[in-house]
Design a protein around this ligand. Sequence first.
Ligand code: ACO
Length: 332
Amino acid sequence: MAYAALRSIGAYAPKNILTNEDLSKMVDTTDEWITKRTGIKERHIADKDEHTSDLGVEAGKLAIERSGIAKEDIDMIICATISPDYFNMPSTATIISNKLGLPPVTAFDISAACTGFVYILSIAKAFIESGMKKNVLIIGAEKLSAITDYTDRGTCILFGDGAGAAVISATDNKEEAIIDIHTGADGTYADLLMTPNGGTGSPHDSLEQEAGACFMQMKGNETFKVAVRTLTKDVKEILAKNEIESSSIKHFVPHQANYRIIKAVGDALKMKEEQVVVTVAKYGNTSGASIPMAINDIYENGTLKKGELLLLDAFGGGLTWGSALVPFSPIK
Ligand code: ACO
């Protein structure tokens, strides 16, 4: 049986930066409130003509280059996004695939909000272990600024744009293999986070879109509580099932939504500060891109080394959640 290994990581953040100070001129908020309640200081915002696929392409290029695998050998691409270039079709994955000049391989998007990267990691693992695919490019890419209501201070302070990508490849070496991935969802909480407009649940009855309905809406405080509970429970389960102590985790990479959530979960798991990867201050919440962008940060600053064990933990709209135990296994 083939195993699936994380070969490389790449990420891209658009050049424009929106600071807390900038936001305080747009809505009734302050740098102090945002910093204290979320830990976010700034977020990157794509240009008007820079689409989600463009962010994904930049991250994907880096991940392919760093993997040492020729792009002609990539046989599937999956994109996790809630801000696709086009709703419904074509998928952002097919657009990215074309822009990267990949062969005509299997390409599709999935929608699992902030858990998107853990979901596509699990899909890549399953395709590789079944022998159907050998080298899968997975990309979390979001232009959340396009679906954010910049008159709603409860959400606009949180979100940013960016992309992160990884190449997952077949290996015979069990030491290199992704150890385990858990994913779950509970639709009873569907109304905590949603973008109501345009689907069959809330179809357009004219070409005029109802103001605000195409933006993300969130019950922030309720979401916060469910997030802490779910993230902690999920990680405890995956560690117990695999008989791994939290002290053996070199890098705990939680979804970057809010520093207070990260801190509460880290403390509940008895993680030391140096184990927990925190990038929320500079990127905000980039949904499906947040985990690979955070892994890329520790790769680029030299903290992440070959063979080290990553624990990923995500939570998002749906509600969805997921966790993964992943050794970093570059070929070089
Ligand atoms: N500036 C100043 N005051 C604000 C702001 C703001 N930006 N936003 C809200 N407030 C006010 C509220 O109006 C409220 O005022 P009141 O007491 O007079 O009514 C007060 O601050 C407290 O509001 P809460 O919503 O209770 O604040 P909370 O501490 O919960 O923080 C936040 C809000 C930051 C949104 C937090 O709830 C959060 O991070 N939630 C989770 C987000 C998340 O994890 N989402 C999941 C993933 S996202 C995805 O899947 C796409």
